[in-house]
Design a protein around this ligand. Structure first.
Ligand SMILES: O=CC(=O)O
Length: 333
């Protein structure tokens, strides 16, 4: 039998959490026997606080707003075993550095798929039917009479929709758009399961062809070196003048200068963005002066249910990873 007095008290594992969590995740975390140190705020943790806080930690629970680079993993030291991110995307993590150190990573997998796909459809309909502009006209007295061509936009019926990245979210978007009478689905990226492709009759095409033939382009691919800046001048020049562009993935997939030019010169009809570079987009940014550009503050997964479930999964990833068990949202590095 072990003698507690001789062994000394068992040291609790230290975890550092970079933000206040949604209530359900916070509750689960408080019940754990971990030594939890937390940036107890709704604001982004300053880098120097992150570097201090993570020192000697066994686990880290972070957000997509925290850049976990070499400096941060070095500051953590050799005990760091698990990084759990409260996000689907993991482009904010220096995966090569993390992999080298044998650190396990957990993310959200499927949890925010439905709500993010819903938001993409919301943003598409809002943008292509010019809803914010129409609301503004009601408020500012611009509504004089019913007028045949006033505030006309574009409808989905009989259209061609191009989805860049037909992963879980991209597929969720396409499945939700199908009942609107979309005639043809095009996609780029890795093909999903055969059954889904057959159900949608989706065609795998080149990025160029997707730009040229789509009435609506929706970006839902991860940010990688291959996708950074993919939607640029050439891409927008290929799009139809009547086409609408939607991005709900990551801001840097789009060259914003080129998008601005495309919108100002009428090269494309409109754009809806839930993600920008940087975030938040500065309030004096030229894109915010355009009526044909709808911008949301990165709210793809922002429902009470999804964010609570995500926080529970993030804490479970941390607990399981630290216990040496399989993380429910573990990612292959
Ligand atoms: O963008 C949101 C996420 O990655 O969860």
């Amino acid at each position: 039998m072990k003698n507690q007095a001789l062994d000394g008290p068992k040291q609790r594992m230290k975890v550092f959490v970079t933000r206040r969590l949604p209530p359900e995740g916070q509750k689960l975390l408080s019940k754990s026997d971990l030594d939890v140190q937390q940036w107890d705020s709704d604001d982004v943790i300053p880098k120097e606080e992150l570097l201090k806080g993570i020192e000697g930690a066994d686990g880290l629970l972070c957000l997509l707003t925290d850049t976990i680079d070499k400096e941060v993993v070095d500051a953590a030291g050799p005990k760091l075993k698990v990084i759990s991110t409260l996000s689907v995307g993991f482009d904010h993590l220096a995966l090569d550095e993390i992999k080298q150190r044998g650190i396990k990573v957990g993310s959200m997998q499927h949890l925010s798929t439905d709500v993010t796909a819903e938001l993409a459809v919301t943003l598409l309909l809002t943008t292509c039917r010019r809803v914010p502009e129409a609301m503004e006209e009601v408020r500012n007295g611009g509504w004089k009479t019913w007028s045949p061509m006033w505030l006309c936009g574009y409808g989905l019926s009989d259209s061609t929709v191009g989805v860049m990245g037909l992963g879980r979210i991209g597929l969720g978007i396409a499945q939700r758009l199908k009942p609107f009478g979309v005639k043809r689905f095009l996609y780029t990226g890795i093909p999903p399961c055969l059954k889904s492709v057959e159900e949608l009759k989706a065609e795998l095409v080149s990025t160029e062809k997707l730009a040229e033939e789509s009435d609506f382009v929706l970006v839902s691919c991860p940010l990688t070196p291959e996708t950074a800046g993919l939607c640029n001048k050439d891409f927008f020049q290929r799009m139809k003048k009547t086409a609408v562009f939607i991005n709900t993935s990551r801001g840097p997939v789009v060259n914003q200068e080129d998008l601005y030019q495309a919108l100002v010169t009428g090269q494309i009809a409109a754009a809806g963005l839930d993600v920008t570079t940087p975030e938040p987009i500065p309030t004096d940014h030229p894109l915010l002066t355009l009526k044909n550009c709808v911008i949301l503050p990165h709210i793809g997964s922002a429902t009470h249910g999804a964010r609570n479930a995500m926080s529970v999964l993030a804490v479970n990833n941390l607990l399981k990873g630290l216990a040496g068990e399989v993380m429910p949202g573990g990612i292959e590095l």
